[in-house]
Design a protein around this ligand. Structure first.
Ligand code: PEP
Ligand code: MN
Length: 660
């Protein structure tokens, strides 16, 4: 056989881009690298930069700045020392990877039992709150994925903070999700290349339009004429010039020779000015790591600092309504306040169910001018009195700027309706109301526009904004709106504000409301707002979508919300029944798992009883019940469960008795 002739076309095809990163497969670095080509792992930043220098990889991604903890000292120091050695590297772009750290441990480890948490030092700096809360010792690892592997291998009361992928790959179980101090967290990776690499790539680069069509625009930037942008500096005077020019200063810890030093990202327009003003002087010259301005991806929502800059998630608390930071609430009531008697009656039903705020419209935005328009301020007075009677804060829609002041006197939470989401005069007027605002998303409003409306409220002086997805208008006519849970999740990644969902207006039909409520709850909303009526056929507004009070009871029970203190024995018993059904199913599941674990223990020759583990189980129940049953009750419950488990596991049969 003869060799196949060399195809000259093949010879000129570029090989796939190899993009190096520090860490293990499954790490965030791997994810950043995969955006630009075939990821290649390196054990250290030094090894990564050396590989870039020797053209072993075409580019390298280096984590530079995190939203939660600022500059990442270790990788930037490695870069600084390569530069100090005279090597020329370019920062040709930046790619931001959303970061979600989870707390993960071997199956069966209780959060309370954790004594050691393993992770990379910079990761631990982004999870300080978790660190404090667990009261555990922190053990540094080279990489988050390695930390996960070590924890999985060694077992014991250890956990790792790592990506979900790394946790799953190591066989760990996720105990807590999204444990960073701020939300949304992200790491900005700088994309590094050598001059040769940039040249080579320029010669084989496809046209920009081809890449856009291929949908690759979110990947590594394309070559363009290099313009200086990222710069290494040392000295206070240089830092002052950069700061003056509006550069982002990424400082590194100083040392005696260079107390002030670091990197800076210079805005495009300021580059030449900075270069001129930094010429001469006694401080080291600026070292530019050229990067054309349009290589750097802009922030995802530009110009909405109050709504989308990184902040701690907030809790909104008005009386019994507490939303956000893990607090999830139900707001319920009729679409419209129809009469004094009606709202008092429904307020009692809502309070009994487990909802912690009462809704009711008094100015109603109706499509037809002939439909019931609401009882106005008189209706608001009834709503206020009904809320006071049952101890619930009240939520009512404000439709016009002139209504803001009189309504805010009697309303705990002002609602901006979907139709007014972009009524900017109304949004501005709410700033002076001194009340939290529940901002519905308009049915033709993008997530970004919705956040821009929230920005109006925040900029105007509203302290607490609650976002509410209530269904957008799509081609679909089977439902009144399309509950955009994708939009909810997208908004959640962009803002610290609490987000709730309104399944009633999205569904338009009562029978679809519980399902949508569950879907939204499962997507992690901070709460729900639902419409309730006890005679929906006679309702003056939105009757077909109103839940009956008993449906609301069932939803509250399903979501684990406690019925109101005012509940009758019967109401509270239905809730207890729901809990008992849950416990029954959980105990059955636990026993089945005990049966399986016993089988697995026999296969591997492990003893059936494990005292250390029994102690951990007891500690878990003691912690869970510490406030409601601080005495020996929790231990008795644990003993009972462990005893039941051992029965299922066959402990005490002759076989086991002789093994120990
Ligand atoms: C309402 O909550 O009664 C209402 C009118 O809602 P939306 O503005 O979402 O249509
Ligand atoms: Mn309604």
């Amino acid at each position: 056989m003869t060799d196949a002739p060399i195809n000259p076309a093949n010879a000129t095809l570029p090989h796939p881009r190899r993009v190096g990163y520090q860490g293990q497969p499954g790490s965030f670095g791997a994810r950043a690298a995969a955006r630009g080509g075939v990821p290649e792992a390196f054990p250290s930043f030094e090894a990564l930069l050396a590989a870039l220098g020797s053209a072993e990889v075409d580019a390298a991604v280096l984590p530079a700045v995190t939203r939660a903890a600022g500059p990442l000292v270790e990788p930037l120091e490695a870069l600084a020392s390569v530069l100090a050695g005279g090597r020329k590297l370019f920062v040709t772009g930046e790619t931001a990877v959303p970061i979600r750290f989870v707390l993960a441990a071997p199956r069966g480890t209780a959060v309370e039992a954790i004594r050691e948490v393993h992770s990379q030092a910079p990761v631990l700096r982004q999870c300080r709150k978790l660190v404090e809360r667990l009261g555990a010792t922190f053990v540094e690892a080279a990489d988050t994925a390695l930390a996960a592997e070590l924890v999985a291998r060694e077992g014991g009361p250890k956990a790792a903070v790592c990506s979900e992928e790394a946790a799953l790959a190591a066989g760990l179980v996720v105990l807590e999700e999204d444990v960073s101090d701020v939300r949304p967290n992200a790491t900005r990776f700088w994309i590094l290349e050598t001059a040769d690499g940039v040249e080579r790539r320029r010669s084989v680069a496809p046209l920009r339009s081809e890449v856009d069509e291929a949908g690759l625009d979110g990947g590594l930037p394309l070559p363009a004429p290099l313009e200086p942008r990222v710069v290494w500096f040392a000295g206070a005077r240089r830092a002052a010039v950069l700061a003056d020019a509006g550069a982002e200063i990424v400082s590194l810890p100083g040392h005696p020779d260079a107390p002030v030093r670091g990197f800076a990202v210079v805005p495009e327009k300021a580059c030449s000015g900075v270069a001129v003003r930094s010429a001469g002087g006694t401080e080291p010259p600026l070292l530019w790591l050229g990067s054309p301005p349009d290589f750097v991806r802009p922030p995802r929502v530009a110009g909405l600092p109050l709504a989308t800059e990184v902040r701690e998630p907030v809790t909104v608390a008005v009386g019994r309504l507490v939303l956000g930071c893990g607090n999830r609430a139900m707001i319920a009531g009729p679409c419209a306040v129809e009469s004094e008697e009606q709202i008092h009656r429904l307020a009692r039903a809502v309070a009994r169910s487990g909802a912690t705020a009462l809704r009711g419209g008094v100015f109603k935005p109706r499509t037809s001018p002939y439909a019931f328009q609401g009882h106005g301020l008189l209706g608001l007075k009834w709503l206020r009195e009904a809320g006071d009677e049952v101890g619930l804060p009240v939520v009512a829609e404000v439709m016009a700027p002139s209504q803001v002041e009189p309504m805010s006197r009697l309303t705990d939470v002002l609602q901006i309706g979907a139709r007014n989401c972009q009524n900017y005069d109304l949004l501005k007027e709410c700033g002076g109301a001194g009340r939290p605002v529940l901002l519905k998303r308009g049915f033709g409003t993008t997530v970004e526009e919705w956040l821009a409306s929230a920005e109006y409220l925040l900029a105007g002086g509203v302290v607490d904004v609650i976002l509410c997805e209530r269904g957008i208008r799509t081609f679909e006519r089977a439902t009144r709106g399309t509950l955009d849970l994708g939009g909810v999740l997208a908004a959640r990644s962009l803002t610290h504000l609490p987000i709730i969902a309104d399944p009633s207006h999205a569904a338009g039909r009562r029978e679809l409301v519980p399902g949508l409520a569950r879907a939204a709850w499962g997507a992690g909303v901070d709460g729900l707002i639902v419409e309730v009526h006890d005679t929906p056929d006679a309702a003056m507004c939105d009757g077909p979508q109103a839940l009956q009070p008993a449906d609301l009871d069932a939803l509250c029970d399903e979501f684990g919300l406690l019925p109101g203190e005012s509940g009758s024995v019967e109401r509270i018993r239905t809730s207890i029944d729901a809990v008992d059904r849950g416990i029954g199913a959980l105990v059955a599941r636990r026993l089945e798992l005990c049966r399986r674990v016993a089988a697995a223990k026999r296969v591997t020759g492990r003893p059936i009883r494990d005292e250390e583990r029994e102690a951990a189980v007891k500690a878990r129940f003691a912690a869970a019940l510490s406030t409601v049953a601080p005495g020996p009750g929790a231990a008795r419950l644990a003993d009972t469960l462990i005893g039941l488990g051992l029965e299922v596991e066959g402990w005490g049969s002759g076989e086991e008795a002789t093994r120990r």
